[in-house]
Design a protein around this ligand. Structure first.
Ligand SMILES: [Zn+2]
Length: 1199
């Protein structure tokens, strides 16, 4: 066998090695195919990628072209991100055969200080196996020139060419192991990554093209390591590792795939998900950054011995630092320092943040550093609370919170607690070279910006400058925004969310205007912007005069940013701008030349101020992003802070509690209004099943949001789908008109044929186009003909028409099909092809016209007449031929078939219009504030703005359905014995009537006066009433009550006008009033079914007891009579009311099971919650009776 010796790598510049590899290695994957043993991984199937020699020189990082670094100066310590270690020995060896085979495999084996690796050939860059020297427990000879490398779990056998050769290998290996152990002993206090897996930056399973099974991949420092599986990863024995100093990662075409390219090979990975891919890309980019970092600063700072170990956990070679605390820390502690926020610790890398490390700062670290830092911050650490290099993240977090945020372990300054003295002492200290004193004073609460008493040098910084103390200045500057530690400190971020903001860094020149205190109404000219060097780092956006300036002109802390908005391009003098709103009600406008640069900044700032909780919001191109106080769902008592993003006409929201919400479709809102006074505005957004209140606690960003949301909620163009849309995708403008005509115009003669007044029609149409949602059509204000004309005008003017330009002709042609059945099926076919909004609108309109022709006896508009009007309108023709009219006529005539209307739907529709027309005939619908639409305001529990709900009330809706709908919208769960009921409250009468669950709401709504409203709340007496009824035959009741008649209505009632004792008998047909118990003939008698019973008697009438109720009787001539009745006790009152309910509703007082069948959209969420059992088991009854403590004896009375 031939032996090839590879020259020690350190003597050959890497570029040369690369070049030589390439000149020979046309096939890098080796040539001994098919030898895959259980350990070996061949790259045969891995494509070599598209890498070419010609691109090498330009694409290689500069480090690759320089000779390898000399051995590390900190020899004897485990080495972190490293140059490639020296090769101790390399050569060809035979590796023992895989199971079932006798043929030894020739492998190129290479040993360096940390790894034993073997390769297919000496040309390969990537091994088939690597065994960390630290994992080798023993090396043993086993005859026949063979030797074994034994690890804890696995043994690798090799055969050398000769005994001498074997001896050399064994000696080299044994020496490497011994040296490794010596190193481990030196750093034994900090046994970092001795065995098995080192702490990784990111690890997990990945598919690698060319491999059957998924590999376990770990990104560790500057390397990407490949393992066969998780078990091997734990053992530390892997396939190969990729030095990322020559790596480059980029996304592949496939969503989950990405390529790690090196000059030697392309590794094509595939992650589980897009999100995971992002994480991998980020981790690998981090490894590249680490590989390319330089340790020049680190070497200098490590010159002071205490700086060689992490100030917090003692890990060796810490390459991070907190520049305000002035301590050097390890990577893992640095992560937790970041979590403390920049107000506590400003974290920088010794290796990557090269610009930060000025000579002054380095000098400061040499003078203070870990020795002074821990002398102060860690003066009193109980051993039980001390950190180790391998401490868990939570222990680390805990310790660092205590150490720096709370100052728990610090050495208290003698002046601690005396602010004035502390400040004075600071002013004195900064003029000296005593940095440790300054550190102690600041750490004990001295004010970094306190007033020195000297107007010429008002601050400690100015004093230090005056005294020429540059290190003091540097230290003070770095602590300008540091918060003094406090034992009771509230973690600043926990006010809103208990998570850590990610650190984002970005810097470039940006153009910026002076900050403003109000919204930018007009265009900012290019001249108003000044060029500034902007740096986003550690949660602070700073802007400097130029890139060399040390002191920023100003700073915005990410935690203070409340909103980030992106105006449409060309709003200002710079094509691309973005606005930053702060908690302090300032608005900063930034401008950039390119969209790309602007987007990058927006992305970075967004990442810096949005917590992980809401980072999903960043996935979209938002126009506005930020946090706002809101109320929604159940939490109406207290506003909370939520995160919102506006994208197009969708408002995405993330609430701190509760699941992710569907975005609000702003163009589909039922209501969008601003309520409250100018001091405390509330933006109310009502969607079909939810209501959101956004509160204007901060004026500036609220106004910005308000404008943006209003704009997004408005119609955005002329086509149907760009209109504000209502339920079921019908444009609100169409819906409003159709609804109004349905309410007020069905019986109007010549409806849709007669024209309205042109000026009124146009004015109406204009306001509808502007914001249809806010237009309330009211009878008396708008004539039905104006409204019908506005609707026709709108449809006629639609640029694309209701039936669309493309399909219009096909519809007209269809009307000529002679066979009716064929024609109808053709219409159905065409209908299915219309865009959804058009289709829904056609259906709504034809359904409406179908209703109109139902009343053709009164309105004279039969199907044919309607078709003559609507044909040319909808098809935008001149009406010369009847084809268009024919289509409309057909659609109305075949309405049920064409639109697949089922019987139930049709029945409801008929019921609805019939109810409306009846009510109109009865005259009750006129003059109420609700005429014109079916939307009604219902309150939850009490009448106040936050408790408002706007509900569309179909004719069939019962009080119970309304109640459930309200509870549903507010996410109120129904518990047992919660007798939620809808009440009609009459403010003028100071009385309220619980609606019976089966009562229809619409007629009540139409009868409501302006001083009445509906409220859903718990019926407090219902349980007592049910118990009373359960123990009685509830058909009759008789007894004495105090009585008074309404004199104002009758004009003649009782002479005194006061309350008088009367005897009453209530039975299933009548309420009778007798002058006294013995009277034979009733003085008055009312039919019980026509009575409405209200709880309460208005105070003006001076009711003799507080247990009163008001009975209203409406005669057939719609005359109202009112009686006021008062009982002696609450129980008495409840018994009367219970009896009323019982006789009026045939004993059905409370629903025995949820009657939610007829609800439009059955809600799964509440579907399984049973309502209150009316008559439960015996035990339940007994419990209820026991709970009923008010008057237990009353149950036994009157039996
Ligand atoms: Zn540490």
């Amino acid at each position: 066998m031939t032996k090839k010796e590879e020259p020690p790598a350190s003597q050959v510049p890497r570029a040369v090695r690369v070049a030589s590899l390439l000149s020979e290695g046309e096939d890098l994957s080796g040539d001994d195919q098919g030898d895959e043993d259980e350990d070996d991984y061949a790259y045969e199937h891995v494509p070599n990628g598209d890498w070419h020699t010609s691109s090498l020189s330009s694409s290689l990082p500069s480090s690759l072209l320089t000779p390898e670094l000399p051995p590390h100066p900190m020899d004897g310590l485990p080495v972190g991100p490293t140059p490639t270690p020296l090769v101790i020995k390399a050569g060809w060896l035979d590796k023992n055969p895989p199971q079932g085979s006798y043929i030894y495999q020739k492998r190129w084996v290479r040993l360096d200080a940390s790894h034993l690796r073997y390769f297919d050939s000496n040309k390969d860059a990537y091994s088939k196996r690597f065994i960390p020297v630290a994992c080798i427990s023993r090396v043993a000879a086993i005859g026949d020139q063979k030797f074994e490398v034994i690890t804890n779990n696995r043994t690798f056998a090799f055969r050398a060419e000769s005994d001498a050769e074997r001896k050399e290998w064994m000696q080299a290996l044994q020496q490497a192991v011994a040296e490794q152990r010596a190193r481990a002993r030196v750093s034994s206090a900090y046994p970092l990554g001795v065995q098995g897996s080192e702490p990784h930056d990111h690890a997990g399973s990945l598919e690698l093209r060319g491999f059957k099974n998924k590999l376990y991949v770990a990104v560790v420092g500057d390397k990407v390591q490949l393992y066969k599986n998780l078990e091997e990863y734990r053992l530390g024995i892997g396939i190969t590792f990729i030095d990322m100093s020559v790596g480059n990662v980029k996304e592949a075409a496939d969503r989950r795939s990405f390529d790690l390219t090196t000059p030697y090979r392309i590794f094509s990975f595939s992650a589980e998900s897009e999100l995971e891919k992002e994480q991998w890309l980020e981790a690998m980019q981090g490894a590249i950054a680490e590989a390319l970092s330089t340790s020049e600063v680190a070497e200098r700072i490590w010159a002071m011995a205490p700086n060689r170990f992490c100030a917090d956990c003692g890990a060796s070679q810490p390459d991070w630092a907190s520049i305000n605390l002035c301590v050097v820390i390890c990577k893992r502690c640095a992560g937790e320092h970041r979590g403390l926020g920049a107000g506590v610790s400003k974290v920088r890398s010794l290796k990557m943040d090269r610009k930060v490390w000025t000579e002054t700062l380095i000098e400061l670290f040499l003078q203070l550093g870990n020795a002074a830092g821990n002398h102060f911050w860690a003066a009193n650490v109980p051993p039980s609370e001390a950190l180790q290099p391998n401490s868990s993240p939570s222990a680390r977090r805990c310790h660092l919170e205590a150490k720096y945020r709370e100052g728990k372990y610090r050495r208290y300054h003698p002046l601690f607690g005396n602010q004035e003295e502390l400040d004075k002492a600071l002013c004195a200290a900064v003029t000296t070279s005593d940095l440790a004193e300054t550190q102690a004073l600041l750490g004990c609460g001295a004010g970094v910006n306190c007033f020195s008493g000297d107007p010429k040098a008002p601050t400690p910084l100015a004093l230090a400058e005056q005294a020429g103390q540059t290190l003091q200045m540097e230290f003070l500057r770095n602590n300008r925004t540091t918060e003094a530690p406090r034992l009771d400190s509230v973690r600043p971020l926990e006010k809103h969310y208990s998570v850590i903001l990610p650190t984002v860094s970005h810097s470039s020149f940006v153009y910026k205007t002076a900050s403003a205190g109000k919204l930018l109404q007009d265009r900012r000219a290019r001249e108003e912007f000044s060029r500034r060097w902007c740096v986003l780092s550690d949660g602070v956006l700073s802007y400097y005069e130029n890139e060399r300036a040390v002191t920023p002109n100003g700073e915005i802390r990410a935690s203070e940013i409340v909103c980030l908005a992106v105006p449409t391009p060309d709003t200002h003098g710079f094509e691309h701008t973005f606005e930053v709103y702060t908690e302090g009600e300032r608005l900063y406008l930034f401008g950039l030349e390119s969209a790309e640069l602007a987007r990058e900044w927006v992305k970075c700032i967004a990442k810096a101020f949005v917590p992980p909780l809401a980072e999903d919001l960043l996935a979209r191109d938002f126009e506005r992003l930020g946090r706002l106080p809101y109320k929604a769902g159940l939490s109406l008592q207290q506003a909370q802070e939520g995160w919102f993003a506006l994208t197009g006409s969708e408002l995405y929201a993330v609430f701190p509690e509760g699941p992710c919400e569907e975005p609000l479709q702003l163009r589909k809102l039922q209501e969008l209004s601003v309520q409250g006074d100018s001091e405390n505005q509330v933006l109310v957004l009502v969607e079909r099943r939810r209501t959101l209140y956004i509160q204007g606690e901060r004026r500036l960003d609220f106004m910005g949001w308000l404008g943006a949301i209003q704009k997004a909620a408005a119609s955005s163009g002329d086509t149907l789908s760009e209109q504000q849309l209502g339920d079921s995708d019908i444009p609100v403008i169409v819906y409003r008109c159709v609804d109004y005509i349905t309410q007020c115009g069905l019986t109007s003669e010549g409806i849709y044929r007669k024209c309205g007044q042109t000026s009124k029609t146009l004015r109406l149409l204009e306001s509808l186009r502007l914001d249809a949602r806010s237009v309330r059509l009211k009878e008396g204000e708008q004539h039905v003909d104006d409204v019908s004309s506005a609707l026709k005008r709108f449809l006629r003017d639609l640029p694309d028409g209701l039936f669309t330009r493309v399909q219009r002709l096909a519809w007209l042609e269809a009307s000529e099909i002679e066979d009716e059945e064929e024609k109808v099926s053709r219409y159905r076919e065409l209908l299915a092809r219309l865009p959804p909004v058009n289709r829904a609108t056609v259906k709504a309109l034809i359904s409406h016209l179908y209703c109109v022709q139902c009343f053709s006896d009164t309105n004279q508009m039969n199907t044919h007449n309607l078709a003559i009007v609507f044909g040319p309108t909808l098809f935008q023709t001149d009406g010369q031929d009847y084809k268009a009219g024919r289509v409309v006529e057909d659609l109305i005539s075949h309405y049920v078939v064409v639109f697949s209307v089922d019987e139930e739907e049709l029945r409801k529709q008929r019921e609805e219009v019939t109810a409306i027309v009846k009510m109109r005939v009865a005259g009750t619908a006129s003059g109420t504030q609700h005429a014109g639409d079916f939307i009604c305001t219902v309150y939850l529990e009490e009448k106040k703005a936050e408790a408002e709900q706007h509900v569309k009330i179909p004719a069939s809706m019962t009080a119970e359905e309304l109640t459930l709908e309200i509870l549903d919208r507010r996410n109120v769960g129904i518990r047992e014995k919660d007798y939620w009921t809808c009440f009609e409250v009459n403010e003028r009468e100071e009385a309220e009537r619980p609606l019976h669950f089966a009562e229809k709401v619409l007629p009540i709504l139409h009868g409501l006066g302006t001083d009445s409203y509906l409220v859903v709340k718990k019926h407090q007496s219902m349980e007592a009433m049910l118990l009373y009824l359960a123990s009685h035959v509830g058909e009759t009741k008789h007894g004495m009550m105090k009585f008074r008649e309404d004199r104002s209505l009758l004009g003649l009632g009782l002479p005194t006008g006061g309350f008088h004792d009367r005897y009453f008998i209530l039975n299933s047909s009548c309420l009778r009033l007798y002058k006294e118990v013995r009277s034979h003939r009733p003085e008055k008698e009312w039919p019980v079914r026509s009575l409405k019973v209200y709880l309460g008697v208005k105070k003006k009438l001076r009711p003799p007891t507080c247990w009163g109720f008001t009975v209203i009787h409406e005669t057939e001539k719609h005359e109202k009579q009112q009686w006021y009745l008062c009982c002696e006790t609450q129980m008495e009152l409840r018994e009367w009311l219970a009896t009323f309910l019982f006789v009026q509703h045939d004993g059905l007082v409370w629903p025995s099971e949820p009657s939610r069948v007829s609800r439009a959209a059955p809600e799964v969420r509440l579907g399984s919650i049973s309502l209150i059992p009316l008559r439960g088991s015996e035990n339940e009854m007994r419990r209820s009776v026991a709970a009923f403590s008010a008057d237990p004896l009353s149950l036994l009375r009157n039996v």
